[in-house]
Design a protein. Structure first.
Length: 115
């Protein structure tokens, strides 16, 4: 299993970013996927999750209405569209897959929201 995140960076408050996670080494269309984040000094937390077919999603309360998770099974990629970003969204964002009882993680991508 390999998960490679991209799309992080520095953005001003109120701005937008789209994260991507390219997956390989497993049957992507059979795996629920999720995004998590970890801020300095804090535990890793779930941000958003999406079912294998893309029809079911759920979000942390802190990002509902601002973030959208979606996937393209033809491209083996899951995305996280982040709008109305706040300084408290600053963190390393990780992609996660759950396949055949095993969790796998990407290396993470840094998102910094600051003026």
């Amino acid at each position: 299993v390999q998960l490679v995140e991209s799309g992080g960076g520095l953005v001003q408050p109120g701005g937008s970013l789209r994260l991507s996670c390219a997956a390989s080494g497993f049957t992507f269309s059979s795996a629920p996927m999720s995004w998590h984040r970890q801020a300095p000094g804090k535990e890793r937390e779930l941000v958003a999750a999406i079912g294998s077919a893309g029809s079911s999603t759920n979000y942390a309360d802190s990002v509902k209405g601002r973030f959208t998770v979606f996937r393209d099974n033809a491209k083996n990629t899951v995305y996280l569209q982040m709008n109305s970003l706040k300084p408290e969204d600053t963190a390393v964002y990780y992609c996660n897959s759950y396949y055949r009882g095993r969790n796998s993680w990407g290396q993470g991508t840094q998102v910094t929201v600051s003026s």
